[in-house]
Design a protein. Structure first.
Length: 83
């Protein structure tokens, strides 16, 4: 037990030092990095939205064309069956 007491007594306790608030803030560099990340995120979201919309429009057009082709094929079949 005495060894633990000696080690405990020998361990110094740190005293708090005054902190300068200007040294612990992110500053201009932190602000610019955060702004760059925000702008990149916004640009990526806009681009993703544009690409998703384009794919959806292409799918809608393909469905319309398929429906028109099916209607034309059905009309041709009806005409061919009539005497």
């Amino acid at each position: 037990m005495t060894v633990l007491q000696i080690l405990w007594a020998a361990t110094p306790t740190p005293t708090p030092t005054p902190i300068d608030d200007n040294l612990v803030t992110p500053g201009v560099v932190g602000f610019l990095v955060t702004l760059a990340v925000i702008l990149a995120t916004i640009l990526l979201l806009v681009d993703m939205n544009r690409r998703t919309r384009r794919v959806r429009y292409r799918a809608e057009i393909a469905e319309r064309l398929d429906a028109e082709e099916a209607a034309e094929a059905a009309a041709r079949d009806d005409e061919a069956e009539r005497p």
